[in-house]
Design a protein around this ligand. Structure first.
Ligand code: GLY
Length: 433
């Protein structure tokens, strides 16, 4: 089969890498891809959020399957255009992707499906925001209603900061969501859906704040690890039964079936797992560690979902090993990241046993003569350094050893990816020893 992957980040690099390892996949093409993806697959220029351009590219490449990485093409209707053209697509329609595109819509669907989540106030005025902040109390959780690349959520004990974020959100959209704070460790669970059947991948944990100990502003994600040895053993079946299947059934009942990956962001509270957020695509940086552990060929899995055949898929096979992803971020990220800086050391990093490096914010400078252009930074999250080892200490050690071999002026990593779990300090409220 020929697979077209849309997107240009490390998540898409991970998808392409796994797809090229699937014997049933003859060829992978990316639109637009990145320099790391270009080492594995053909890369096409173009806008992945332009439905006509994507359909044209899929047709000219003879794609049997299109896999959508980021949310913007979904919300722009790329999956709808592919479906109308008879091209199988792993990724939901624009209406189904509103589970990510609108926090207010997601809350409405969760209420209809009886999904456990934080109580929420959808506010359209600053007065309503004030009343909602009174009702929830501190810590305040304020969420932008539309897409915000993982940076639309502010969690703060500072009421003025909460009000300021809500006001800014209302300047960009009609509504802002104020929610109760959910106390407990966070988990990301990717649930594949063909519109009816749901199959969960293994859980992962990501690290959204820029600084060690969950300090500093939110980012798109500074690292991740999987598996979560501290999580309750019945977590996945419980979330399938109480969250993913009811949500997929509710979307089908509304005539907008969800096909693709329902990213369930959870907090494991004293009252059980509660949904923090839904996304309509794979998470970044969690995908990098989840796919590093998936042994079942990925193309077969994603095609089964796209073609409504997940019920016939054999149980997924997983490596019992641990994977850690350490993101190498550019100077000043998550503010205005420095770009155009030379990146070195990737080959040296990949000499660390069972480590691979995935590209995100990278660009090749124009080549001169026979020489390929040098690699420079072009975004905030520049590389994902992904390790595998027999346990978490080993995987952390390999990932940090390799990340330390990357040279990029002013770059930074978060030093505590998986550290609390390694120390046995991740505790689910109510399950303290
Ligand atoms: N890891 C956060 C996200 O993908 O939105």
């Amino acid at each position: 089969m020929v697979v077209l992957v849309l997107g240009s980040g490390a998540r898409e690099h991970a998808l392409v890498r796994s797809l090229t390892l699937d014997p049933s996949v003859d060829r992978v093409v990316a639109l637009p891809g990145n320099p790391g993806i270009a080492d594995l697959a053909g890369c096409l220029p173009g806008d992945p959020a332009d439905p006509t351009a994507v359909v044209d590219a899929a047709r000219s490449e003879g794609a049997d399957l299109v896999v959508v990485g980021p949310e913007a093409p979904l919300v722009a209707g790329v999956a709808d255009a592919l479906q109308e053209s008879g091209i199988p697509c792993f990724g939901p329609s624009a209406q189904a992707a509103a589970l990510e595109g609108s926090k207010a819509f997601a809350k409405e669907v969760m209420a209809a499906a009886g999904v456990p989540t934080a109580a929420a106030h959808v506010c359209t005025t600053v007065d309503e925001v004030e009343r909602a902040l009174d009702a929830t109390g501190s810590p305040y959780v304020v969420k932008e209603d539309g897409l915000a690349a993982g940076k639309g959520v502010v969690v703060t004990t500072d009421r003025a900061r909460a009000r300021e974020h809500a006001t800014a959100c209302l300047e960009r959209a009609d509504a802002v969501v104020v929610e109760d704070f959910l106390d407990g460790p966070e988990v990301s669970l990717f649930c594949l859906s063909d519109g009816r059947t749901v199959v969960a991948l293994e859980p992962a944990q990501d690290f959204k704040r820029v600084g060690a100990g969950d300090t500093g502003p939110n980012t798109g994600g500074m690292g991740a690890y999987s598996p979560l040895t501290w999580a309750p053993t019945d977590l996945v079946p419980q979330v399938l039964d109480t969250v993913a299947r009811p949500t997929v059934a509710e979307m089908a009942r509304r005539g907008t079936p969800f096909v693709g990956v329902l990213y369930v962001g959870l907090a494991l509270t004293a009252d059980g797992p509660r949904v923090v957020e839904f996304n309509a695509r794979f998470g970044d940086p969690e995908t990098q560690v989840v796919l590093a552990r998936l042994r079942t060929p990925l193309g077969v899995v994603l095609r089964s979902a796209a073609e409504g055949e997940l019920s016939g898929l054999p149980e997924l096979e997983w490596s019992p090993r641990t994977s850690v992803n350490v993101v190498v971020a550019a100077e000043h990220y998550p503010g205005t990241p420095a770009t155009g800086d030379t990146i070195g050391g990737i080959e040296h990093a990949e000499q660390v046993e069972d480590v691979h490096v995935l590209h995100a914010g990278t660009r090749r400078e124009t080549s001169t003569g026979d020489q390929p252009g040098g690699l420079v930074s072009s975004g905030g999250r520049v590389l994902s350094v992904v390790s595998l080892a027999d346990d978490l200490p080993g995987a952390r050690s390999r990932a940090y050893e390799a990340a330390g071999r990357i040279t990029l002026r002013g770059s930074h990593t978060r030093p505590d990816i998986g550290l609390a779990a390694e120390r046995g300090e991740v505790v689910v409220p109510g399950q303290e020893a």
